[in-house]
Design a protein around this ligand. Structure first.
Ligand code: 0A1
Ligand code: ZN
Length: 884
């Protein structure tokens, strides 16, 4: 780890590789401390490379112990080659194709960064994206070098009876002496090194088969810890449904004889799409009614789908360079969102996705870490697996679909698969496919990829009763962000309707301004004007329907207009949107109120009346009603206030308002709670999950009143729960209040689940997220708990991450102790696992919008991180950008 300032990599500097690698033969002998890797590469000059002069061969390599190197069978000696901290150079390789054989040794046991080959609870596994392959052997570790891999894996029979790699199995045998054995795998599909993977361990298998639409039989395997096989059924079911869905919705079939998933306990991210061998954080595979919440079931379904969908969007067609990360990620998130929407309720899925975008991506885009969906510079690529690249990237793909319509969009995707299969391509290549099938000009649209920031649309609607006409003016602004002072207006598809007196959509005509298609306006300039005819009464506008673009819209609407929208809008997303806005706005007005008490009562009464109307509507399903009942969180409300944020004041206003709403809705909430009680057997299906979500949302709101009976109900809810959804929900609520049963419930949960390393994470998080004043002390004490391990990313996220990112009140303590704690922990984690440490620093991303005292304390904590003598490149890049 070096502390100097490493040089940024620039998109503008991209050059095609000077050499290509056609085949890779790896012989990997697994050993906890000395894993030996013999790599045979067939290498040739790239005919496409621009450079003509004799080009040295530079291979990437980090933390490798080099044992030997030979070229075309002849041992190389220095100075024919040279090695340094980041790679190996061969000064003058032959002009003709040649074979390079390199033997290196790595130490899986000491690999706490979890990149390259490492050990997770005794299981050997690998993680290569983005640049982990260079920690296994010397290589052209860049996504535009595609090679065919054959891998021989050898290990002890006793500790690693299961040996897996990418592609199809070719051979396996036990070696003389019967202590060691090997397996050979061959992957016929050329792939970049970041998709390489191996696993060796003593794992249990849940197997099944899938027959593709053209009749190819695929063996499916999910490998998990022994005894956990029964918890893998939901993941298997999700996998099969994903495979079928990709065939019907996108015409994409699977292309190998086997598809394996391995669940490991130590993993930096959620999961990884290695060709034919996905590796997962076990949190996103294992589920049973007793141990997993409905949210976990949903996440498993969507992440299994996400990784599977990468087989076409990412693996068959990959990225030319890491700047194009959104090419695979934004597109694949869009695809998994669509899969979830079709498997569950489309509206609820949209609400969930937009909540997530606003909670994670909007703050990123408004703070010092803002970057375009396709960044043009980075220091450490691992810092760019962000909400902007993933979630905003998905929104950009969704806008293409909105602009083209479902059919044309599919035609563009078909062209993309046909034109680029087997290639490493750019965003320009991707977008060109949609331009080609539609004859539309996407040049202005490309700004979504190159400009950072959330566009603000300030709208104004006027109505002329005499002329039966309305005018909509849309001003678009994009705040400058570092490096880019002036930004160009973006192309925004703005879906709208005008609601008439009876709440129906008016049948208006567009007389001025461009419609992309009925109901979708084209916003193209800094100011875009529209004139609508046949507007027979004062319209209430329904703007940005179904969240048609990742922007912020403001328009003057009264509380009555919002209530009206909540009742009538035929776009259910916008009904929820109106409700959410109504509540957030009410809470914000309390902050500045001179006499908050009477104001709380009147605001809450009006809002509660509107909400009650929706809750009693028999046409709305439970999952949707649950979304309405989840009032905006403290973090949501804080985001509405972009300067001088004081979390303590917002928390108080939030509590007062929610408590008053609960008071007003007492009878309705009682009814909802009683009606949704479930004696039935647990089923993870969307309808049952919706019922539980509604019941738990009602419980949350009722608890906000803070009366004795509410705490009694809460305790009963916990004690009577027959599934983890209800138990965990009650645990989190009870850990957050001073209920008499608090300690005994926390203790009970611990005793019940202390042997389950996944469930116990819920126990850590529940305490870390508590708004009580004692929380920081509790979190500090829990850091020394025997079940907490700083080298396990899931534990770090469950305790330190939940505190820093999921507890706005206590993390943002006025005395700055929350910031100091995080800074200290980040430094400790950084020495072990830079990728995880640097993600934790993300909790500071909005510090500049805090009120001055908090802002200064957060800044001081960041400076302390910046001043540390040993800081990884990952953390160095993030703190520098924050303090810029
Ligand atoms: N490509 C994966 C995400 C991923 C990225 C980096 C990793 O390094 C530890 C791991 C996984 C996905 O999109 O799911
Ligand atoms: Zn992905």
């Amino acid at each position: 780890m070096k502390s100097e300032h490493p040089k940024p990599v620039l998109l503008a500097d991209y050059r095609a590789p000077e050499y290509l690698i056609d085949t890779v033969n790896l012989d990997i002998a697994l050993d906890p401390t000395k894993t030996r890797v013999v790599s045979k590469l067939s290498i040739r000059r790239n005919p496409q490379s621009k450079s003509t002069a004799k080009a040295p061969l530079r291979l990437d390599g980090e933390l490798l112990h080099l044992e030997s190197i030979s070229l075309n069978g002849k041992k190389l000696r220095r100075p024919a080659y040279a090695i340094d901290d980041t790679g190996l150079t061969i000064a003058s390789p032959p002009k003709e194709p040649f074979t390079l054989e390199v033997t290196t040794v790595v130490n899986p046991e000491k690999n706490t960064a979890l990149q390259g080959i490492y050990l997770s609870r005794g299981v050997y596994c690998s993680q290569c994206e983005a640049q982990g392959f260079r920690r296994i052997t010397y290589f052209l570790d860049r996504p535009d070098v595609l090679a065919r891999y054959t891998v021989r894996l050898e290990a002890d029979v006793a500790t690693a009876p299961v040996l897996l790699a990418n592609g199809n199995p070719v051979a396996r045998a036990t070696l003389p002496g019967r202590k060691r054995h090997y397996a050979v795998w061959h992957d016929p599909h050329p792939k970049p090194s970041y998709l390489f993977a191996i696993v060796g361990g003593d794992l249990a298998l849940l197997d099944s088969t899938f027959t593709t639409k053209s009749g190819r039989k695929v063996d499916l395997g999910i490998y998990v810890e022994h005894g956990k096989e029964a918890r893998a059924h939901w993941a298997m079911d999700s996998l099969k449904r994903s495979m079928r869905w990709d065939e019907t919705r996108f015409g994409r079939e699977y292309d190998l004889d086997v598809f394996n998933i391995v669940a490991v306990s130590d993993f930096n991210m959620g999961a990884m799409e290695n060709k034919g061998l996905n590796i997962f954080n076990d949190r996103l595979i294992l589920a049973s009614a007793e141990t997993a919440t409905d949210t976990t079931y949903e996440s498993i379904e969507s992440v299994v789908a996400h990784e599977y969908f990468h087989n076409w969007t990412g693996n068959r067609i990959t990225c030319r360079d890491w700047f194009q990360l959104c090419l695979k990620e934004g597109l694949t998130v869009y695809r998994d969102q669509e899969f979830s929407a079709e498997s569950r309720s489309r509206t609820v899925q949209r609400i969930t996705d937009v909540r997530q975008l606003r909670a994670l991506q909007f703050p990123e885009d408004q703070g010092p870490l803002s970057h375009p969906v396709r960044p043009d510079t980075y220091i450490e690529i691992n810092n760019f697996y962000t909400a902007t690249v993933y979630e905003k990237g998905a929104e950009v793909v969704r806008m293409i679909e909105t602009i083209l319509g479902r059919e044309k969009f599919r035609a563009g995707m078909d062209l993309y698969f046909e034109r680029h299969d087997g290639q490493a391509v750019t965003i320009e290549d991707f977008v060109a496919c949609f331009a080609d099938v539609s004859d539309l000009d996407f040049s202005q649209f490309m700004r979504w990829y190159t400009q950072s920031g959330t566009p603000e649309l300030v709208c104004d609607l006027t109505f002329d009763r005499r002329k039966k006409a309305a005018e909509l003016t849309v001003h678009q602004t994009l705040k400058p962000s570092h490096g880019k002072a002036k930004k160009q207006p973006q192309f925004v598809p703005l879906a709208i309707a005008l609601l008439g007196e009876n709440g129906n959509e008016m049948d208006f005509t567009v007389e001025e301004g461009k419609e992309i298609r009925p109901g979708v306006l084209a916003i193209t300039d800094r100011t875009t004007k529209f004139r609508f005819g046949n507007v027979t009464s004062r319209p209430v506008p329904s703007l940005l329907r179904n969240f048609s673009a990742p922007v912020n819209v403001t328009i003057a609407l009264s509380d009555d207009d919002l209530a009206f929208t909540m009742h009538h809008d035929s776009d259910l997303f916008n009904r929820w949107q109106a409700s959410n806005k109504y509540a957030a706005r009410s809470i914000l007005t309390l902050l500045d109120a001179k006499r908050p008490k009477p104001l709380v009562a009147s605001k809450a009464a009006k809002f509660a009346a509107a909400l009650e109307h929706a809750l009693r509507n028999p046409d709305l399903d439970d999952a949707y009603k649950a979304e309405l009942l989840k009032l905006p969180s403290v973090a949501d409300v804080s985001r509405e206030k972009s300067v001088r944020v004081d979390h303590a004041a917002i928390f108080e206003a939030h509590r007062a308002f929610s408590g008053a709403v609960a008071e007003k809705l007492a009878d309705t909430l009682d009814d909802v709670y009683a009606r949704t009680s479930n004696g039935r057997k647990f089923s993870p299906d969307a309808k049952s999950a919706g019922r539980r979500a509604l019941r738990n949302a009602a419980l949350s709101l009722m608890t906000m009143r803070g009366m004795d009976e509410d705490y009694t109900r809460l305790e009963t809810h916990y004690r009577k729960s027959s599934n983890m959804t209800d138990a965990a929900h009650a645990l989190v609520l009870i850990a957050g209040v001073d209920a008499p049963a608090r300690e005994s419930v926390i203790q009970h949960f611990f005793e019940r689940w202390k042997d389950d390393h996944l469930v116990i994470d819920t126990w850590f998080s529940a305490q870390a997220q508590s708004p009580r004043a004692e929380t920081l002390d509790d979190v500090k004490a829990l850091c020394t708990h025997p079940l907490f391990k700083i080298t396990t990313p899931n534990k770090v996220r469950a305790l330190i991450g939940a505190f820093a990112m999921g507890n706005p009140l206590q993390f943002n303590r006025a005395d700055g102790a929350g910031y100091d704690f995080l800074a200290e922990k980040v430094l400790a984690i950084d020495a072990l696992n830079p990728q995880v440490a640097s993600r934790m620093l993300g909790a500071f991303r909005s510090y500049r919008s805090l009120e001055p005292k908090r802002k200064n304390r957060a800044k001081a904590a960041l400076k302390r991180v910046a001043d540390a003598t040993h800081l990884s490149r990952d953390c160095r890049e993030i703190v520098s950008r924050m303090l810029e």
